[in-house]
Design a protein. Structure first.
Ligand code: C2G
Length: 707
């Protein structure tokens, strides 16, 4: 059986190493050697590698004295390889266990065979990939097989590498693979491609703390590296039409994607113009004769080194792109109006825009801040964002539909933004704008930069969060615990407001008034029944669509009604991400579905006890010092796989962890005993998490922000 040398350059990818190396060890093609080149990694990563080297015979570990870059590390690995074949694998990726067997058994006489790359992030990593019967596709049009310029997931004959001196270009940080793959384009008439040889390319989800190479470099560095590789290979393969055609095509793609984007974000091309002009003169005129007049002109001005004419044409290019985008959809047209008209209008000093839970309801801290300002006659113009307009609200504020033209108008003109969750990435923060982020709960579950792996559907979750949270000027902390976590998990470096949560003022100010009975009457709950509120959180794994998740009720309503129905009623309140309705048919008068009820704080007020799980609702409810049960039927999956917690829940929670409806019923039937048992824990919990709240948090926030 022929031997495959798997070459793995490693640079500070500790968290991904196990799945990478394990995926090689589990290969059905057993004859492999694992050449690991430690490219000057940090101590944690090096220690991990040394441990692997000791444990795994197949591993041959080499340490480079300092970080030399992926090209040097791969070339170094090539020198150490003794296999019949070479296969490159990046240390933050992994392969399916039949990949090498499939490639080896189908390469035939070809010098190289290539497999299929699948982009993964933690969210879809769990998704099973179907394995069909392997069959090879022989590609005439080789260029398509090299669209991604990467050397990974290509099985290459060692003697072909030696005969043609294949290597990676070491004087660049990125695009070094192009030098290694050009010989295949110029020397192979057909390229075998195997769809079932799977390579899982991980999309690194933390470009701030742990960026991949491409995420780490500036666009200027990337452009200069690409042009350097392009120039060198154009000279080296000047006599190879196939290679020339491939390189010219890649230059034009790179121009339209990266260089135009660079001009858009940097305003002009000045800092890379000389290099780009030099390279453009290497591009064959025929290669871009089919492109539109604007790009052809840009390439010609680049060739002639005419920067001012090039910039003029580029500005036209970007305007055309914007107007093309603006007519693609109503939303894109509104965003264009927002950028090119509304943002150019003066800021309204006395206008405040409010939004809660992505426009879903009128609740949480933005509501109570607003109501405090109205009650105390603060002289401002108030605008509320909702998905549906037409609410009867105190102070009769302006209401705008989320993502409507007025939405963009008021967000562009208002000096103040008050929101309890993120505002869209495409909104630009103006110099004069003041953005108060109230957030929406003391965190139990790990947040953003404290999360290792992101299970959320959006692989750019961390980079999006980073750019969106840079706009926050103020962030409210309900307690010191949240203060410390928000600072680290959000990388928040502006003003933290240690005020407690405005949304909990009502729990201190209204609990002994007639408001609770008013609310019960409004909902239609009998005043002589005790009320249980069930308010679970959402599950990252039960994803339906962006911001939409499924929830299956594990609470046995029939058993609850049978045992507690005489004395209690149950309110069911799902998280705002939950898209499916909970069916309570047959439990009318006992169970109330209140997931669409505007303000959960009012439900806290009327509830004699709370049942929740990993939601932050219990930090607020505890202000009422009423019993709380934690229905953690999926604790191991949720804590150990999905999210991770900030506290040791077995030790700190102010109430029992229960696993099923029987345990819930037992706790409720013995609630007095439970209160005694948990008194000390509850007191300690209250002091740590509710101590800052006294019903005056809105006042403190308003006086701080709206001086
Ligand atoms: N909420 C609600 N009904 C539920 C659950 C939550 O109205 N059944 C509201 C509460 O105001 C709660 C907030 O949504 O405080 C956040 O809900 P979590 O379950 O804690 O989940 P998440 O939205 O992920 O926020 O720092 C808090 C974290 O960010 C968690």
């Amino acid at each position: 059986m022929e031997k495959v040398s798997v070459i793995i350059p490693v640079y500070n990818t500790t968290e991904f190493l196990d799945s990478c190396i394990d995926s090689v060890l589990q290969q059905t093609h057993d004859n492999t050697e694992i050449i690991i080149v430690n490219d000057g990694s940090n101590e944690e990563c090096t220690t991990k590698l040394v441990g692997m080297d000791d444990r795994i015979d197949k591993v041959k570990l080499f340490h480079l004295p300092e970080n030399k870059g992926v090209a040097f590390a791969r070339n170094f690995g090539l020198e150490k390889a003794s296999g019949d074949f070479v296969y490159f694998l990046d240390s933050d990726d992994y392969i399916s266990n039949t990949t090498l067997e499939n490639l080896v058994s189908h390469i035939g006489e070809f010098p190289m065979i290539t497999g299929k790359n699948v982009s993964v992030n933690k969210a879809n990593e769990l998704a099973a990939i179907e394995y069909k019967k392997p069959f090879v596709i022989y590609k005439r049009k080789r260029l398509s097989r090299f669209k991604n310029r990467s050397a990974v997931n290509r099985l290459v004959r060692m003697d072909f590498i030696k005969e043609h001196g294949l290597q990676f270009k070491e004087d660049v940080k990125v695009f070094s693979d192009m030098e290694f793959i050009l010989p295949f384009i110029s020397l192979m008439s057909r390229v075998p491609y195997l769809k079932t040889a799977l390579y899982f390319k991980r999309k690194r989800n933390d470009p701030i703390n742990n960026p991949s190479l491409m995420q780490d470099l500036s666009s200027e560095e990337k452009i200069k590296d690409f042009l350097k590789v392009f120039n060198a290979l154009k000279d080296q393969y000047a006599e190879t039409p196939q290679a020339i055609r491939y390189l010219d095509r890649h230059f034009l793609n790179f121009f339209r994607k990266s260089i135009v984007l660079h001009c858009q974000t940097h305003g002009d091309i000045e800092n890379v113009f000389r290099e780009a002009s030099y390279s453009a003169n290497k591009v064959d005129k025929k290669a871009y004769s089919h492109l539109n007049i604007v790009v052809r002109q840009e390439i010609n001005y680049l060739k002639n080194g005419n920067l001012s004419k090039f910039n003029k044409m580029m500005r036209l290019h970007l305007r055309l792109r914007k107007s093309k985008r603006a007519v693609q959809s109503k939303r894109k047209f509104f965003i264009q109006m927002y950028r090119s008209v509304f943002l150019k209008m003066p800021v309204k000093e006395k206008t405040i825009v409010f939004e809660s839970f992505l426009g879903k309801n009128y609740s949480c801290s933005p509501k109570y801040i607003y109501e405090y300002m109205v009650k105390n006659n603060y002289d401002y113009n108030y605008v509320w964002i909702f998905n549906e307009k037409g609410r009867q609200l105190p102070g009769n504020p302006k209401q705008v539909k989320r993502f409507s033209l007025s939405y963009y108008y008021y967000l562009a003109r208002a000096k103040y933004w008050v929101s309890n969750s993120r505002l869209p990435k495409h909104l630009d923060k103006r110099e004069e704008n003041v953005y108060l982020q109230t957030w929406h709960g003391t965190p139990l579950k790990k947040l953003v930069f404290d999360m290792n792996d992101i299970h959320s559907a959006n692989p750019n979750y961390k980079s999006d969060f980073y750019s969106q949270s840079r706009r926050w000027d103020y962030l409210i902390a309900p307690n010191q615990f949240s203060h410390d976590i928000f600072k680290r998990a959000f990388l928040f470096d502006k003003e933290m407001l240690d005020t407690g949560y405005p949304r909990n003022d009502i729990l201190h100010n209204e609990k002994d008034t007639d408001l609770p009975n008013e609310i019960k009457r409004k909902i239609g709950i009998p005043l002589d029944k005790k009320v249980i509120l069930y308010a679970p959180t959402w599950r990252d794994g039960d994803f339906i669509d962006r911001g939409k998740y499924r929830f299956d009720l594990s609470l046995d309503l029939a058993k609850l009604k049978e045992t507690l129905g005489d004395e209690y009623v149950v309110l069911l309140r799902m998280h705002y991400f939950i898209a499916n309705n909970i069916d309570i048919s047959g439990f009318e008068g006992f169970a109330y579905e209140l997931s669409k009820y505007e303000d959960i704080a009012e439900l806290y007020l009327i509830s004699d006890m709370l049942i929740t799980d990993y939601s932050s609702v219990f930090f607020d409810y505890a202000s009422l010092r009423r019993p709380i049960l934690f229905f953690a039927y999926d604790l191991e999956l949720y804590r150990d796989t999905l999210r991770g917690f900030y506290m040791d829940i077995e030790k700190e929670l102010p109430g029992p962890l229960v696993r099923n409806t029987d345990e819930i019923i037992n706790s409720i039937q013995n609630v007095d005993q439970m209160n005694i048992e948990y008194k000390d824990k509850y007191d300690a919990f209250y002091d740590k998490y509710c101590g800052w709240e006294d019903g005056k948090a809105s006042e403190r926030v308003v006086k701080k922000v709206f001086k």
